[in-house]
Ligand binder design. Structure first.
Ligand code: NAP
Length: 319
């Protein structure tokens, strides 16, 4: 390995403006801005670009990296990227990182590679740990609610995962309110309290606020973390003048150009000019809005370049 490739983290990484917030009523603090591996860190992406983004993130105090078994594409490959990064760059920093993974969506064929059975969750986490070169994850999530598996089976599997030492904390993503309430009770009664709830919250989509999950979390000492705080890039300057060729909308199925309705474009332009009159960017306005909501612990941003991540980190100076 070329000596220049040896990563030494910035000695000022905790003095670069990052703010850490206690996650609910737990002992853990999370950075206000976390980094997600859903896109841009898969097997189809340039490893060196992914690596530069993650190094830059850690050098700026982003200690929380959010993954899932199926991030890529292909499935599993974002965790493989993380595994390579652990081996090549981050092994000396393992105890400074808070790494999450999830299981809940289709991952492998057959009846045991999807949803919320004990069989699936246990096997999936073992696979995730192997891919990431980790002995444990800091946080393991149920990625979605399974209406067919008894809720106790899913939750007990999660409790046992903590007891086995394969995860330190538990999280839940995108569960309906009543199921979330049951989960909080079940996990608290077994001394493995729910650390955090993850859902989409941004200027366009207020769903976990409107359906009560955020209020429930706040009242029960559970943290809240928002995914897609920039609405996959809609809430940035990315689409204000058309659809760039290298953008998520042009290259990925998860963001469809049908979403860019004239009404939404008008709203985005209005937010953009409001932001400009405050001397900030649309992305900063969008991230500030989420981070200023009560009980929001952190936002998980995605980034396809170091520059985007830097722009997003700029939000911290207004908090
Ligand atoms: N629990 C769940 O079910 C769930 C679901 C979705 C996501 N997540 C988590 O949340 C993370 C973030 O989701 P997301 O990627 O949708 O987040 P996002 O931050 O809303 O969108 C990220 C995308 O926005 C664009 N972007 C970001 N910063 C920009 C900037 N400053 N200027 C211009 N464009 C910018 C980039 O698009 P381009 O790629 O076009 O450059 C980037 O890939 C995921 O990685 C994952 O960890 C969880």
């Amino acid at each position: 390995m070329n000596i220049k490739d040896v990563y030494v983290a910035d000695v000022n990484r905790y003095d670069n403006g990052m703010i850490y917030e206690r996650c609910g009523k737990s002992g853990v603090k999370l950075p206000k801005i976390s980094l997600g591996f859903w896109h841009n860190f898969g097997g189809i992406d340039s490893y060196e670009r992914s690596r530069s983004i993650v190094r830059h993130a850690f050098d700026h105090g982003i200690t929380h990296l959010d993954l899932a078994n199926n991030y890529g594409p292909p499935y599993g490959s974002a965790e493989e990227t993380m595994g390579r990064l652990m081996k090549e760059d981050f092994a000396p920093y393992r105890d400074e990182l808070f790494i999450s993974s999830k299981a809940g969506y289709d991952m492998w064929p057959g009846p045991y590679g999807n949803w919320g059975s004990r069989k699936y969750l246990m096997a999936s986490l073992d696979q995730s740990l192997r891919r990431m070169n980790l002995e444990y994850v800091d946080l393991f999530y149920s990625h979605r609610f399974d209406p067919e598996t008894p809720i106790e089976e899913t939750l007990q599997a999660m409790v046992d995962i903590v007891r086995q030492g394969k995860a330190l904390y538990l999280g839940i993503s995108r569960w309906p309110l009543e199921a979330l309430r049951k989960a909080i009770d079940y996990l608290a009664a077994r001394d493995t309290p729910l650390l955090i709830y993850q859902d989409r919250l941004n200027l366009i989509d207020h769903q976990p606020m409107d359906s009560g999950q955020i209020e429930l979390c706040a009242s029960r000492g559970v943290g809240f973390i928002s995914f897609s705080p920039l609405a996959q890039g809609l809430l940035t300057n990315r689409y204000l003048n058309g659809i760039p060729e290298d953008s998520r909308m042009a290259t990925k199925a998860c963001l469809n150009s049908d979403q860019l309705t004239p009404e939404l474009m008008a709203q985005l332009r209005q937010w953009n000019s409001e932001a400009a009159s405050q001397g900030i960017s649309l992305a900063e306005k969008a991230l500030l809005w989420v981070l200023q909501q009560q009980s929001v612990t952190s936002v998980i941003v995605g980034a396809s370049s170091m520059k985007q991540l830097d722009d997003n980190l700029g939000t911290l100076k207004y908090l």
